[in-house]
Design a protein around this ligand. Structure first.
Ligand SMILES: C[S@@+](CC[C@H](N)C(=O)[O-])C[C@H]1O[C@@H](n2cnc3c(N)ncnc32)[C@H](O)[C@@H]1O
Length: 277
């Protein structure tokens, strides 16, 4: 997702007054990546509006019970992470870190936080008011569907709706399993053996005929003929500057595997010849 964000801004060169809406901002890592891309590829121009209630949004025990990894160590780490995420949201820890991170963004890029759930805040936003709506909030089906419906309304003509955590498109997974587990965050698909977000798979499949997909990051552009997949004409590995130490090493190792054949071509991005849209 971090590489895709950078490549999108580099590809699109959005120009003056670029406006981004980020639904689901957590501690601000994707926000920093969007800001870095604006600095590097858009002359430090842009604005970022984040939507996040900064409150617990899932039952960690219920979600933990759905973890079904072959490796028990991985399962234990995932379970611990779910409990830790809830604990961090219960205090203001996540908000405090987000606030710290927003101060790292240059003043030329104003950042706003709308501290409410997307279901209450998105309907208040004007039609066609953002160039990009990045949907990365709750991954439960009903929430994603509502977010995408609003995102399609809020995005400007020619703009894109995009999101993260689309590991499998509907035709790739066990659809019946996805429908029966759309209330779970990250179960394992029985058809492929991959953990996935059934809510994201189903809602994206329902709201768009097709989307482009770069390592879980998906995009669709609002065109006069409806929403169409937005393909990048280049895709170069990028590590955000705020990734340091172990995080940087982990990300670079992960992306090296991902870009294993061709450094400018991720292994799952070649659905279509890359053309400039
Ligand atoms: C996957 S994380 C976002 C990660 C972030 N975009 C990043 O890459 O750094 C999901 C975020 O969505 C937020 N969230 C959950 N339910 C939400 C809702 N109804 N409206 C807005 N945000 C929500 C959570 O608090 C969490 O911060």
């Amino acid at each position: 997702m971090f590489t895709a964000i950078s490549n999108y801004v580099k590809n699109q060169k959005p120009g003056p007054n670029f406006s981004l809406l980020e639904v689901g901002t957590w501690m601000g890592s994707s926000m920093l990546t969007w800001a870095e891309a604006m600095v590097k590829h858009n002359q430090s121009d842009g604005s970022i509006t984040c939507v996040n209630p900064m409150e617990p949004y899932f039952d960690a025990a219920e979600q933990s019970s759905a973890i079904n990894y072959e490796n028990p160590d991985h399962a234990a780490v995932a379970e611990e992470m779910l409990h830790e995420m809830t604990a961090l949201l219960e205090g203001d820890f996540v908000y405090d870190i987000w606030n710290h991170n927003r101060r790292l963004i240059p003043d030329t890029i104003p950042v706003t936080l709308l501290r409410e759930a997307s279901v209450t805040v998105l309907p208040k936003l004007r039609d066609e008011s953002f160039h990009v709506v990045y949907v990365d909030g709750s991954h439960f089906y009903d929430d994603v569907l509502a977010d995408l419906r609003e995102a399609k309304r809020i995005v400007k003509p020619g703009g894109i709706v995009c999101g993260d955590d689309l590991e499998l498109k509907p035709h790739q997974c066990d659809l019946e399993f996805a429908k029966a587990h759309k209330h779970l965050d990250f179960p394992t698909d029985p058809k492929t053996g991959h953990p996935f977000h059934p809510g994201v798979t189903l809602a994206v499949g329902e709201m768009f005929d097709d989307v482009s997909l770069y390592d879980g990051f998906w995009m669709a552009q609002k065109t006069p003929d409806g929403f169409q997949p937005y393909y990048l004409d280049h895709y170069q590995k990028h590590t955000p500057a705020h990734f340091q130490g172990n995080v940087k090493a982990y990300y670079e190792n992960y992306t090296s595997r991902y870009f294993k054949n061709d450094p400018s071509q991720p292994i799952n991005a070649s659905q279509k010849p890359m053309t400039n849209v």
